[in-house]
Design a protein around this ligand. Structure first.
Ligand code: ADP
Length: 380
């Protein structure tokens, strides 16, 4: 098991996520003390810019199209009036309306390639800001009505989708494949229809389907009838939107894009790959996760990033939580005042402990190769 007291940075590798942990060279006593948060160096590669420096919201977007999230009263009264006109199926789905008040603006909670954000914003904004442009001529039958986010679990796809809702100002209705199965047992087709009708009432709206493979799995001969029925209903609703002014934009997310029915992939022609973070991105994610923590002088985030190959953002979050809990557990009250320190200070030993218990959650080799093959086919 790696000990972050002993390991030093290793040269950047393009394939660092595949290296086993703990294979760095011996300690270098000259290494500068690795204190506090190390800034991620600015890169000429735009995709590596740290988060939080994204562009401001599109100034050309008419204000009336956006929800003013700070105007809670207006927002809540709008939702109340929509709810009053909802049928029982739509009402059950209203809990999926993403509350963006707890989400930081400007994607500042997510460290991700800037180009990914730009691509996602562009395709969504075009569909939702300018539905009028798709009412006639060559665009009438060529509106991009959906996009697919795919990649291993825990890489920030959901976080990104929610960040998009916050930043764009569009409402987002989130439905998971599992929801449709569990909540809507016996009548999934009615809920699928309701997801679309509710999204139209919330227009302009992003309909975010997490775990999309749960609904959109490829039709196979052995499928149960209701599974095929769900997919067919979804495609029917999707096609039925046409290019109407209030149609939602469908954003699908999955770890298993290779399981999706080809009909779904055709309807969501923009495929965005979110991969396991590189060492540089891991450093950025660690900085974000630990930005409100006090770090001891023996903490070196670049080293920690190198010690965590194959860790996803979610694994890194678990690592930091485990280290912070380990720290709290070992805190002792002041012998005079009897009080615990007002703030904890995370140290190497807490991370060494966390590294022993939190491992990278890797996909199995078959899933990895399926994901790779899909990515190559998708032109990534
Ligand atoms: P996915 O939808 O790809 O399975 P999530 O968006 O649910 O992954 O990520 C789970 C958690 O992991 C997030 O809430 C966040 O704390 C952390 N996380 C994952 N990726 C990132 C990232 N790129 N930047 C910051 N945090 C991340």
């Amino acid at each position: 098991m790696p000990d972050i007291n002993r390991l030093q940075p290793v040269p950047e590798s393009t394939d660092d996520t595949k290296r086993p942990p703990g294979d760095g060279p011996d300690p270098d006593p000259m290494m500068p003390d690795t204190n506090r948060l190390q800034p991620v160096p600015e890169s000429t590669d735009d995709t590596k810019r740290p988060p939080g420096d994204g562009p401001d919201p599109d100034p050309t977007m008419p204000d009336t199209k956006r929800w003013k999230w700070d105007d809670r009263e207006r927002y809540e009264s709008k939702l109340k009036s929509i709810e009053a006109g909802c049928n029982q199926y739509e009402q059950k789905l209203m809990g999926g309306i993403v509350n963006t008040t707890n989400i930081s603006p400007n994607y500042s909670d997510i460290h991700i390639n800037r180009t990914v954000i730009d691509q996602l914003e562009r395709v969504t904004a075009l569909a939702l800001n300018r539905p009028d442009a798709f009412q006639y001529g060559v665009l009438r039958r060529n509106k991009v009505t959906g996009a697919l986010l795919y990649g291993p679990p825990g890489t920030g796809k959901t976080l990104l989708a929610r960040g998009l809702a916050k930043q764009s100002g569009f409402l987002m209705l989130e439905v998971t494949g599992a929801d449709i199965f569990q909540k809507c047992w016996g009548e999934p087709e009615k809920y699928i229809k309701a997801a679309f009708t509710l999204a139209r009432k919330l227009s302009p709206c992003i309909l975010f389907i997490d775990e999309a493979d749960g609904i959109f799995g490829a039709r196979k001969s052995g499928d149960r009838k209701h599974q095929r029925g769900m997919l067919n209903q979804f495609l029917l609703e999707w096609d039925g939107m046409g290019s109407s002014m209030d149609s939602p934009f469908l954003l699908l997310s999955t770890n298993r894009p290779f399981d999706l029915d080809p009909a779904v992939l055709r309807r969501a022609p923009v495929h965005i790959h979110i991969d396991i973070p590189t060492v540089h991105q891991r450093q950025g994610i660690l900085q974000l996760l630990l930005k409100h923590e006090d770090l001891g002088p023996d903490i070196n985030l670049p080293i920690l990033a190198r010690l965590t190959p194959s860790y996803t953002g979610s694994d890194l979050k678990n690592l930091c939580v485990t280290a912070a809990l380990a720290c709290v557990e070992t805190e002792v009250p002041d012998p005079v005042t009897g009080e615990y320190p007002s703030r904890r200070t995370l140290q190497r030993r807490h991370f060494n402990f966390a590294l022993k218990s939190v491992r990278a959650t890797t996909l199995n080799p078959k899933q990895l190769s399926q994901l790779d093959a899909f990515h190559r086919r998708a032109g990534g």
